[in-house]
Design a protein around this ligand. Sequence first.
Ligand code: CA
Length: 226
Amino acid sequence: MSQVLIAEDNAGIAAFVAKGLRSAGYAPVVVGTAREAWEHAQTGEFDLLILDIGLPDADGFSVLRRLREARNSMPVIVLTARSSVTDTVAALEGGADDYMPKPFRFEELLARVRLRLRAEGAGGAEATVLMVGDVSLDLRTRRARVAGKEVDLSAREFALAEMFLRNPDQVLSREQLLSRVWGMDFDPGSNVVDVYVRYLRKKLGADVVETVRGMGYRLPTNGSGE
Ligand code: CA
């Protein structure tokens, strides 16, 4: 049974995550401070750390930094504030394996937890690469490639591409994409999704993402890059 350490001082969120993980078959332990997070993470008893950035004694970044400095490579999923792109970027640059903008649905977090634990089990780097057709995303280094050539994606473009590659052939509605990539549970009436799909097509290839009229977008597994 995988042991998951949750460092989160908000008791409501911590309980919600712990309860969900327990019913998904994991053994969660909750701590509420950066000091405890560091102490527990160091023991080597945990398979994964879910790390909040806003902890009362020190921020989550300091825990992440210390872990990586100590060459502790346990997978870390950072909980970031929805609005803070800076935090997200800092988390990934600081060695986080993934991030989860708050507020989130438990299923979204669970999918990330599963993926991280699976990647570890499979022995690292290879398993963190998503690939469909010519497009590949390295989730660890946050690098994208098309037919082996590196392509520069912004953090948001990468997150959107990741959604498509994780759900090949599925139609994803604007609402789903807004919710999972931008963390908005309402449509602010902007065309932000359409704009970013355009960016992705420009960077990854025009036929990488299909428009499904009246429904949303889809990444087809055949035809891309052919
Ligand atoms: Ca907090």
